[in-house]
Write a protein that binds this ligand. Structure first.
Ligand SMILES: [Fe+2]
Ligand SMILES: [Fe+2]
Length: 129
């Protein structure tokens, strides 16, 4: 995955989180919101896998730390799905806020760190040839 593709996935994930928030605010049924939340989790899962694959391919030293953060993100997505189904003590708004807050921080710090490393890795690989 190249750096631009990673940025594009982040943009589209941020949009999807906001769409879900609008859907909740608009009072859409639990079923509709549940389908949307399931789809969002699937997209996050694919995104985490893509990043982790690029980290392994480029032998990124911070992978263990980064993967732990993705685990936290997966936990927040699970909490969101629980909130949508009325399980757990959180409202959907609270779960969405927690997910959005985590994501903002993760993308701005950890993903940027990996992005910088990956750009260098790609550059060196091109120069070596
Ligand atoms: Fe990311
Ligand atoms: Fe990440």
């Amino acid at each position: 995955m190249c750096d631009a593709a990673m940025d594009e996935e982040h943009r589209s994930l941020f949009l999807a989180v906001e769409e879900l928030r609008h859907s909740v605010l608009a009072g859409h049924s639990r079923e509709t919101v549940g389908v949307q939340a399931g789809r969002l989790s699937g997209r996050f899962a694919a995104h985490f896998r893509n990043e982790e694959r690029s980290m392994r391919a480029s032998r990124y030293g911070g992978i263990t730390w980064h993967e732990k953060q993705h685990q936290r993100g997966r936990g927040l997505l699970k909490a969101l799905q629980n909130a949508v189904s009325g399980k757990g003590g959180e409202t959907v708004h609270q779960a969405l806020d927690a997910l959005a807050g985590w994501m903002l921080n993760h993308v701005n710090v950890s993903d940027r760190m990996f992005g910088a490393y990956f750009r260098n890795y790609e550059r060196e690989r091109t120069v070596e040839v």
